[in-house]
Write a new protein. Structure first.
Length: 571
């Protein structure tokens, strides 16, 4: 559907017309047509098949605008739009996109200060020149707006965004008139990084809900507001978008707000191929709405099985949905324990007992304590120190009846040549051994492959931890022949970790898909260094879902007796 793109061009035509001082009636007509196109349920290209007269019959679209729509459908451009762009400073539309800067202010800034884009506006604000032209109060408001816009362009790890999204969701659900609400977009799809947060609400009073949403305590700036949607920024620059739909359109709206864009395009193409229309309000056959209330109903109307949000990335998932072969992805409630955590015995912040209490709050059957093995080598009597920790674990297991059971594990560093950083004698003492790269990152792919392969083949290693070494904002994933490594893990009967730590989310989605295809065992770990971090298991689960993993392949879904047997068999 081209409705949204044509609406954008019409809004730009309105802004350009205002800037050059054209008739206000023209800009008003452009905006009215743009608003109507945004809510039009029929693709404009379908209407245009009836010619110009059919377009002119659409409300808010007169002869002149109908001609422009036909131009766009035929050539991909609108001549008037191109003509006006040539008459204004390059980048002026960027300036006019800032709340508080209309055509008059934009002209004033351009003529007096040479402002023609966001960068020149920023420079003028920093120099204090805007204060003299617009006044100190308005200039300060613009500084805040531009600062938030810059911050909003940075993608953030989902683990940093999810708590804020949940807090906002709780507040939105309490707004008068809101019947239902959900978090959509990349957060609902559990994408590793997030650009903004999208919310959907079902309501009969969209304007009241939008108004109340814009007044929530966390909102720092209202960027745009309409009858059924709003865009705001939080203090840290995080962009938050709200969309409302009538309650009967909840399912179609949820599908629309969740995305991904590529998945949504495929669904609309599928609808059109069947003589249907799909938008955020439902599936339509002519003027009759045939599905809308649930996502399942919308997918069913398109001849598809429902797809979990984490799979909606236009990556052959529609073929599975068409055949009724959508995998039953692992769910958070199926995870019986966490297989990577750290305590004060190494670099963790909390005691074993504090970690145990947090695991109990998670309703876990077991918890693996995998302190860094190298920490025990700092003393001269390192084996005695390790056994002291072991006795503490055993005492707690006896006192609690093993609810949850504490696994005596270790995480060991993989050195540059693939050797492990501690003697085998220490590793033999542990029930569970993870091996991971913690230094000398960035080796060539073939060298890193050999390094990881040697560690994986070590007879005392059970799991390859955070395989690519990714750290958001710090380090890109290490290159390696992952297909070969995952295949070798399968042959050895060993596991590859999916790490849910907020700044790791490792391995990335494409490699999790490859891991899924390899048949290798998978372990889920949070790498928690504090008791409060155990909640991030849902991030590890979300990443596993993005890789289409089912519970049968994941160690953490095994009962304790099966897990312990699996660990013993690999010694």
């Amino acid at each position: 559907m081209l409705n949204a793109e044509l609406a954008r061009l019409l809004y730009e035509l309105a802004d350009l017309s205002d800037y050059i001082g054209d008739s206000p009636f023209k800009s008003r007509a452009y905006r009215q047509a743009g608003r109507y196109l945004e809510t039009l349920q029929t693709p404009i290209e379908v209407i245009a098949e009836g010619g110009q007269s059919a377009l002119e019959a659409v409300p808010s679209i007169g002869k002149a605008i109908a001609e422009k729509i036909l131009q766009y459908l035929e050539t991909g451009t609108i001549r008037k739009h191109q003509e006006l762009l040539s008459q204004v400073p390059a980048g002026i539309l960027e300036v006019m996109s800032i709340p508080g800067i209309g055509a008059k202010t934009a002209r004033q800034l351009a003529e007096q200060l040479g402002v023609h884009d966001l960068e020149s506006l920023h420079n003028a604000l920093e120099a204090g020149a805007v204060d003299a032209v617009l006044g100190a109060k308005k200039a300060e408001r613009l500084r805040l707006t531009i600062d938030l816009l810059k911050k909003s362009r940075v993608r953030r790890p989902i683990g940093r965004v999810l708590p804020t999204a949940r807090q906002l969701l709780n507040q939105i659900e309490q707004l008068p008139g809101v019947e239902r609400a959900l978090i959509g977009g990349s957060v609902r799809r559990m994408q590793e990084t997030v650009g903004d947060i999208d919310f959907l609400t079902a309501t009969r009073n969209p304007e009241d809900v939008v108004e109340a949403f814009c007044k929530l305590p966390l909102v720092k700036l209202v960027y745009a507001k309409g009858e059924n949607r709003a865009q705001v920024f939080l203090e840290d620059g995080l962009q938050v978008d709200l969309k409302t739909v009538p309650p009967e359109s909840w399912g179609a709206g949820a599908l629309y707000i969740t995305g991904s864009k590529a998945h949504s395009i495929r669904l609309r193409e599928r609808a059109m191929a069947r003589g249907l229309k799909l938008n955020e309000y439902g599936v339509w056959h002519g003027s009759e709405r045939v599905a809308s209330e649930t996502e399942e109903a919308v997918y069913r109307a398109l001849g598809l099985e429902w797809l979990p949000p984490a799979m909606r990335e236009d990556s052959s998932e529609l073929a599975l949905a068409e055949q009724g072969k959508v995998p039953q992805l692992v769910q958070r409630f199926q995870v019986r324990g966490d297989l990577q955590t750290h305590t004060r015995w190494s670099d963790g912040d909390h005691s074993i007992e504090q970690m145990l209490e947090s695991a109990r709050a998670q309703a876990y059957e077991y918890l693996a304590l995998t302190d860094h093995a190298e920490m025990f080598l700092q003393g001269s009597d390192w084996l005695s120190l390790f056994r002291q920790r072991q006795r503490e674990i055993e005492a707690l297991n006896e006192r609690t009846g093993g609810r949850p059971y504490l696994l005596n594990g270790l995480e060991v560093n993989i050195m540059e040549d693939g050797a492990l950083a501690v003697p085998d004698l220490l590793l033999r003492e542990a029930e569970l051994v993870l091996a991971g790269v913690h230094d000398a990152h960035g080796q060539p792919a073939d060298q890193m492959t050999q390094r990881l392969m040697r560690a994986l083949e070590h007879p005392l290693v059970h799991i390859l931890a955070h395989p690519t070494g990714r750290r958001f904002g710090k380090r890109e994933p290490n290159p390696a022949d992952w297909e070969r490594l995952f295949r070798r893990a399968y042959e050895l009967g060993k596991a590859i970790e999916i790490n849910g730590y907020t700044t790791r989310m490792d391995p990335p989605t494409p490699l999790v898909r490859l891991l899924c295809e390899s048949g290798a065992w998978v372990s889920l770990g949070t790498d928690s260094h504090r008791a409060s971090q155990l909640w991030t298991m849902e991030l590890a689960v979300g990443l596993a879902q993005r890789g289409w993993l089912t519970p049968e392949r994941i160690l953490n879904t095994r009962p304790l007796t099966e897990l312990k047997a699996w660990l013993r068999e690999r010694r």
